[in-house]
Design a protein around this ligand. Sequence first.
Ligand code: ADP
Ligand code: RBF
Ligand code: MG
Length: 164
Amino acid sequence: MTSFPLRMRSQVVRGFGRGSRELGIPTANLCREDIGEEFFDGLETGIYYGWAGIEGTTKVYKAAVSIGYNPTYENKTKTCEPHLIADPSEECRNKSSCGETQMEDFYGATLRLSIISKIRPELPFESVEKLITAIKNDIKVTEDKLSGDDEVAAAEKDWCRSKK
Ligand code: ADP
Ligand code: RBF
Ligand code: MG
């Protein structure tokens, strides 16, 4: 069994490009080899929330994270993909096609992710619209669950901010 918080560090790699283009929910795809193959394979599939930071920058974002096979699309390989949620005061917060966070690309950057807890299992949806509705709700849950201040949050945000 995995215990939280779950920290990982990885380069951001390319996926199918579907997150932004088809859903309006860009996800930074992490790399199995960087995370550690055994650790990665042991991750329980599901939808999670946590904190994320891009090394070399100072901002820390809330993140809604998908780990698994995207059953709506029946992927053959497992992915770990956080969607970074900008603060509502930031201009990029509502820029995506479905009104979520769309930032400049950061492919090749090193991302730090600290997963705090699970939201739900990943599910096969019968339409893209229903998948988008579910993800938008996950984003709300993430923002809500991470709205308070506590010691774990402070420590994980610090870790996400630290440089290599
Ligand atoms: P891919 O299939 O290559 O992962 P996506 O359509 O999911 O493509 O887009 C992901 C890329 O978009 C990320 O790697 C990152 O460079 C960029 N990006 C922009 N905004 C965000 C965001 N809010 N969260 C995650 N990635 C983002
Ligand atoms: N894909 C699914 O097939 N089922 C899901 O329940 C699901 N939930 C997601 C929740 C969040 C917060 C995010 C960011 C992604 C989710 N995805 C899910 C993954 C989505 O299909 C994937 O990011 C895109 O297909 C682009 O790779
Ligand atoms: Mg992606």
